[in-house]
Write a protein that binds this ligand. Structure first.
Ligand SMILES: Cc1cc2nc3c(=O)[nH]c(=O)nc-3n(C[C@H](O)[C@H](O)[C@H](O)COP(=O)(O)OP(=O)(O)OC[C@H]3O[C@@H](n4cnc5c(N)ncnc54)[C@H](O)[C@@H]3O)c2cc1C
Length: 406
């Protein structure tokens, strides 16, 4: 295959994909296609109707659909191909796509994976019991309520206490569905503590140190059983069960491709500008760091678009160094840096697996290059700023190490 169909092919039209397209257009690249498997543009914010977007980008809160509408106004003349699923990515910028008109193969000078993150459904959480109707994730609930105007059940229990779990609570309230309880495996909620006030105001009990041990009902869900760490069991009557949070990057395309992955969390390697182990492919947004806020994904995507434009104009990045994380850290973004002759000042964003307060240390070749005491929650992005790799530090195959403590 010879000539390129596009300068850049972006997979996913959420905030990150829209931002990359906007950044590219601003940097003078116009032959861009954005492929979106859904019928509509916008990713997760399409079905998140409460005002939890826009604070960083527009300095005031807006709903998800309003956020996307405003972002699209900043992104003119870009070709969005909806109802089009990218089924494979290959070396040399080759993509296979499934469209309403059939399967096609295309070639782009650069590919961007902006495929987002998804919540863990029931199976990976190893919850036993029957398989009745009424069990879903927050994302699926929001699609029923906001996109199809349907009320899938009358009384629901929410598993999890991340920010998105409170988003599920809000959605239930909007739909006139009674929230029966929230279930948290740990001793405190995973979101900021004031979120408990919202649950309290709605009269929704939060069961701490508890997990679901049984799902009851044959065709339709009739209830669940929970057990706490003291072994005490309790039944809750409900016809809806929402598995919320516990995000993973939607990286099936990357995993089936030639891209190298971080061995601990299977997220594609990506450097400070989003370039993967194949410099012709970038990974941007929540596919790379499940899961940050939509505004953060948008800001990162704008910068990535500008960096991709530089590479297309032949300013290539240089030597790659892996970033390894220690116990208690779920993900770092980037998980690799590329360093030029002048050295590099960069930022690492991370998520912890459980609440932590104490020092965070970054070392390279045994030398401390960052240390600060931080208070971390799993749902909060922690940014380690102004980390410096001097040009005189030898660039070898040793990783930069990020550790809690030390
Ligand atoms: C249920 C839920 C609720 C959330 N609520 C909030 C909130 O209230 N506020 C907030 O700030 N953040 C929220 N988030 C976080 C959310 O992930 C970010 O706000 C933001 O949407 C991430 O942007 P993104 O572009 O990386 O991914 P997404 O918005 O997820 O967009 C990814 C897009 O890629 C498309 N795609 C994936 N694979 C393919 C493929 N192979 N071919 C073609 N298209 C593909 C998907 O259809 C999707 O449209 C929520 C997340 C979830 C799961």
């Amino acid at each position: 295959m010879g000539a390129y169909d596009y300068d850049v092919a972006i997979i996913g039209s959420g905030p990150a994909g829209i931002a990359v397209a906007t950044g590219l257009v601003r940097a003078g690249i116009s032959n861009i296609a954005v492929f979106e498997r859904e019928a509509d543009i916008g990713g997760i914010p399409r079905h998140t109707h409460h005002p939890s977007f826009g604070l960083l980008v527009f300095k005031h809160p807006v709903s998800g659909p309003e956020f996307i509408k405003k972002l699209l106004k900043r992104c003119p003349n870009v070709q969005f191909q909806t109802s089009t699923t990218v089924t494979a990515i290959n070396k040399a910028g080759i993509l296979e796509i499934a469209t309403p008109d059939g399967i096609k193969t295309l070639r782009a000078r650069h590919i961007v994976l902006a495929t987002g993150a998804r919540e863990a459904p029931r199976h990976p959480r190893l919850v036993s019991g029957l398989r009745p109707m009424g069990v879903m994730t927050t994302g699926a609930l929001q699609q029923f309520v906001y996109l199809q105007n349907l009320k899938p059940f009358k009384r629901a229990v929410i598993i999890g206490t991340e920010l998105v779990s409170f988003s599920a609570l809000w959605t239930l309230r909007q739909a006139g569905i009674k929230p029966m309880a929230m279930i948290e495996a740990g001793p405190r909620i995973k979101a900021y503590r004031p979120a408990t006030i919202f649950a309290c105001l709605l009269g929704v009990p939060i069961h701490y140190n508890s997990h679901v041990v049984d799902i009851c009902g044959i065709d339709r869900l009739t209830g669940i059983k929970i057990e706490n760490t003291d072994g005490k069991k309790q039944g809750i009557t409900c016809d809806g069960l929402i598995f919320s949070g516990d995000f993973t990057g939607d990286n099936s395309l990357a995993r089936a491709s030639h891209l190298e992955l971080n061995s601990k969390n299977q997220i594609p390697l990506m450097d400070q500008n989003g370039f993967s182990s194949d410099p012709d492919i970038s990974v941007i947004g929540n596919a790379a760091h499940p899961a940050d806020m939509g505004d953060q994904c948008y800001i990162e995507g704008l910068e990535a678009g500008q960096e991709i434009a530089k590479v297309l104009h032949n300013k290539s990045p240089t030597q790659a160094i892996l970033i390894e994380h220690g116990p208690g850290i779920k993900v770092t973004s980037p998980n690799m840096v590329r360093v030029g002759k002048k050295g590099l000042v960069f930022q690492i964003n991370l998520h912890v697996t459980k609440a932590y307060a104490g020092p965070i240390t970054v070392t390279y070749h045994g030398k401390v290059i960052y240390r600060k005491t931080r208070a971390c929650l799993p749902t909060r992005r922690i940014s380690l700023k102004k980390i410096r790799l001097n040009a005189e530090i030898p660039v070898t195959d040793q990783p930069v190490k990020v550790m809690l403590g030390q």
